[in-house]
Design a protein around this ligand. Structure first.
Ligand SMILES: Nc1ncnc2c1ncn2[C@@H]1O[C@H](COP(=O)(O)OP(=O)(O)OP(=O)(O)O)[C@@H](O)[C@H]1O
Ligand SMILES: [Mg+2]
Length: 276
């Protein structure tokens, strides 16, 4: 599968060995605080290169700066130190090359499922036929067929999140930042969403940075798992996943390699070791 909009706007399939898609270069971030003037140091000297086409999961305790890192990558926050490069160019603000999916689907209540999915291309003035073709494909892939004309309030939580995923994917951003997108879903829906994400990602060249609290989710999805220590977040562990694809949940959970990795990650989350 290549672009959903057939104009080459979707990430091109990339091969290993290319320059990083994303470089966090000594990124630190302190939120100002009008009360005591010291503010909150959310991220300290975070440095990492992310290969094109990688699916990277970011794990770490609550408040360690994961969302802050995604916001810096997305251009919603300007880091107080260091910089983020995307394809070698500094991030100066939000851009269509970086899609974002949040924990809440944030759909527009007055637009239908179809209208929400086509929002980006509609705003960008893309040709209607091309947009509808792409939307129909994504509606099929996300299992929303028959609900095109429904309003967001007529959907279940998992369906709304699938609309958000389709909306993020239709413009084919080369980079997708996902902040606990499946956090509010029940276990079964969550697994289907993870499988769907891997399926769609496998057919595109997108680079994904995915924040989660769920170690199993990270192990199922990731090529690479980065663990942040407590605030201010810095890299405590960086693991390349040895788990082959395709991954099947039922098989993974009885795989000794999976169990060993899960144990290491749980230990690191409990007791970060910065000596790496
Ligand atoms: N807009 C903001 N203004 C001030 N401080 C903020 C802001 N956003 C986050 N912070 C602070 O920065 C720190 C890191 O927050 P962040 O949301 O990045 O953590 P997180 O790792 O995503 O946590 P969680 O897992 O709970 O979502 C926290 O101490 C938080 O209070
Ligand atoms: Mg967060």
């Amino acid at each position: 599968m290549d672009g959903f909009l057939d104009d080459g706007s979707l990430a091109q399939a990339r091969r290993p060995g290319q320059d990083p898609a994303i470089s966090f270069d000594g990124v630190s971030h302190r939120y100002p605080d009008r009360r005591d003037g010291r503010g909150t140091e959310a991220i300290a000297d975070f440095t990492a290169d992310i290969a094109p086409g990688a699916l990277v999961c970011l794990l770490g305790p609550s408040g360690c700066g994961k969302s802050t890192l995604l916001n810096v990558l997305s251009g919603f926050e300007k880091p107080s130190g260091g910089r983020v490069l995307v394809d070698g160019l500094p991030v100066l603000g939000p851009g269509p090359d970086r899609g974002v999916v949040f924990q809440e689907p944030n759909l527009l209540p007055w637009r239908t499922v179809l209208g929400n999915i086509t929002l980006g291309p509609d705003l960008a003035g893309r040709p209607r036929e091309q947009t509808l073709r792409a939307a129909r494909r994504l509606i099929g892939l996300t299992g929303l067929t028959g609900f095109e004309r429904h309003a967001p309030y007529e959907l279940s939580g998992g369906m709304r999140q699938r609309v958000a995923l389709a909306r993020a994917w239709i413009s084919g951003p080369p980079i997708l930042a996902m902040d606990e997108p499946f956090g509010a879903l029940d276990a079964q829906t969550r697994i289907s969403m993870q499988e769907l994400l891997v399926d769609i990602w496998g057919g595109t060249g997108s680079t994904i940075l995915f924040v989660t609290h769920d170690v199993d989710e990270a192990l199922f999805l990731a090529d690479r798992i980065m663990i942040l220590g407590p605030r201010p977040g810095r890299l405590a562990k960086d693991i390349s996943s040895p788990l082959p694809r395709p991954r099947i949940y039922e098989n993974l959970v009885v795989d000794p390699v999976y169990a060993g990795l899960k144990r290491d990650i749980l230990l690191s989350l409990r007791q970060p070791d910065y000596s790496i």
